[in-house]
Design a protein around this ligand. Sequence first.
Ligand SMILES: *Cc1c(COP(=O)(O)O)cnc(C)c1O
Length: 375
Amino acid sequence: MKLETLAIHVGRAIDTATGAVAPSPILSTTFARDAHGDYPHGHIYSRSSNPGRAALETLLAALEQGAAAAAFSSGSAASLAVFQALSPGDHVIAPDDVYHGTRTQLRELLSRWGLTHSLVDLTDLGAVAAAVTSATRMIWAETPSNPLLKVSDIAGLAAIARSAGAALVVDSTFATPVIQQPLQLGADLVMHSTTKYLGGHSDVLGGAVIARDAGSALFTRIRDLQTKGGSVPSPFDCWLLQRSIATLPLRVRAQTANAQAIAEYLAAHPAVEVVHYPGLPSHAGHALARRQMPGGFGAMLSFQVRGGREAALAVAGKVAVFTRATSLGGIESLIEHRASVEGPHTTTPQNLLRMSVGLEHADDLIADLGQALRS
Ligand SMILES: *Cc1c(COP(=O)(O)O)cnc(C)c1O
């Protein structure tokens, strides 16, 4: 079945007790044994499993064409579990422009625990191969990347990982399963901050890890970290996510169309130095994105304003339809001066603004940017 159908029907069934068509969250933390001491419905205690979380995990696995999924209380909890499934002394290769929260986990939390890492330009497969050591057990990719929307070659990275005996993990948060399917290109795991497009309404925090092989040692340890570590999403959050995912394909396609229109408008604007969007032929990753992202180029883009940091901050200060806020993937368009958020160690250009394009009409978004760039 196609993604639109899966998004609505997987993990959803008419309730046999009541006939209810729409699912409801099951809040119970504990589940009854029968007279023989068995658990006829398969659930024991909600940290280990809950009906709503099981439904969400089945849905997430189907969307990514994976074998199994583990849902977490945030994207950060999901990435931490993936790294903690490795062992002290192991080595991870991650992008030099990796999401700053992931970088902080590697630098501050996991280095104290004995996990080593190298930050490499993942768009350069030669550099990735050269960074592999005898201790390398994981390549962590993020494509498109934040905030420059760099595109790295998932199949190429998978080949390097395979020959090194390492796992390839793709943080596919920016792309969603609507845009690209990393497991089909050889990735072992896909990670999502479901806080973003899968949640889609800026009102639920969550994360997920989806596995190509449900029985792999790596995913078994991740499942253990989920249920024994306990960073699981609440039944209500699982219910919100399932509700949102039903419209994910439609939302992402409409947001992508808006982003393409905005990227083309900005690319032709005299006050704009450069636009970073894989849907523009001028983007370094455009040809690769055409092959690797069959669902479109996504709804994230960034651009650099002529006149430096102050000019960029002035544009962000003048928008009225866009909201100045961090995060992404919601129905409302957001704009952000990334260097300010990332702090003193940032490598992000000071004149760069990142936007998450929402579901408003493209004409209104373009008019808003036009008036902000004019002044
Ligand atoms: C937001 C984000 C995360 C972290 O997810 P949280 O849900 O905020 O913990 C990880 N990776 C990417 C690409 C993100 O955008």
